[in-house]
Design a protein around this ligand. Sequence first.
Ligand code: HEM
Length: 244
Amino acid sequence: MEVPHLKTRYYTLILAKNVHIECNGLPLTKAAHFIIRRFLCGMGALLSVIDAVIRKIGIMSPRDDEEVDSKTGLKVKEKRAITQSWKHVSQNLKQESMNFFNLLFTEHPAYIEYFPAFRGKKLEEFNTKPKFIAHAKNVFYALTLVVDSLDEPDELVEILLKTGRDHHNRGVPMAAFHNLAIVFDKFLTIRLGNNYTPLAKESWTKALTVVNAVIEKGIEDEKAANLEKEKTKQEKEQSTDTRL
Ligand code: HEM
C-alpha cells in the first residue's frame, strides 16, 4: 500500500491544479484550511505508522523488495525469506544442528574420517558425544551469523575466511562445503515442509553460494600462505647447507 502524503496531495490539489475548494457551497476560510491541513497531516502520520507496523510484521512486502544489496547480492525479499525460514530452526538450534550432521554424515560417511575423534567409528557411536554436538552447533552458529549479518556482512566475511583457512589445515576440501550446502537444502526441505517456500529455497542457495565463495577464498589464501612458508623454509635450509 503506497501511503500518499496527504498534506502534500492536498497542497498539490490546491496549488498545482488550482482547484477551487468549497465546503457546503461556501469557500474555505483560512481557519478551515488550517484545520484540514492539521487533520490531514495527523492522518498522514498515523497512516505512515500503521504502514510501517504492517510491513514490519510481514503482512505486506516493503516497497524496496527488489532492491539488491551490493555486498551480498541478495534482494530485500530474499533476505526476509532467509530470516523467516531460519526462525523455524533457530528455536531449537542444538537438536536441529545434530539432525543436520546426522544427515550430512549419512549422505557422506567419508567425512567422518576428517574428525580425529570419530575416525573409524559408526555415526551412532559418536552422534551424542560433546565433540560432535560442539561442531554441529558451531556450524549452525555460523549459519545464524549469516542470517544476522545479511545487512552488515563484514564481520561474517572475516569468520568465513578463517573457517576456510582452519579447515584447509585440517584436510577438509572445498567439496565438503559444497556438499554441506546441498545437504542443507535437503535438510530444510525435510524440516520445513511448506514453510520452505520456492523463494526461501532460492535465497538460501544464493546466500550459501556467497558463503562458500568466501570460504573458498580462505582456503586459497591458506594454500598460498602455506606454499610461501614452505618456500621460505626451503630457502633457509638451502642457505644453511651452503654455509656448512
Ligand atoms: C560453515 C561450515 C563450518 C563451520 C562454521 C565450521 C566450524 C568449525 C569450528 C569452529 C571448528 C573448531 C575450530 C577449532 O577448534 O579451532 C571446526 C573444526 C573442525 N571442522 Fe568444521 N565447520 C564447518 C564445516 C565443516 C565441514 C563441512 C567439515 C567436514 C566435513 C568440517 C570438519 C571439521 C573438522 C575435522 C574439525 C576439527 C575437529 C577436531 O580437531 O576435533 N567442518 N569447525
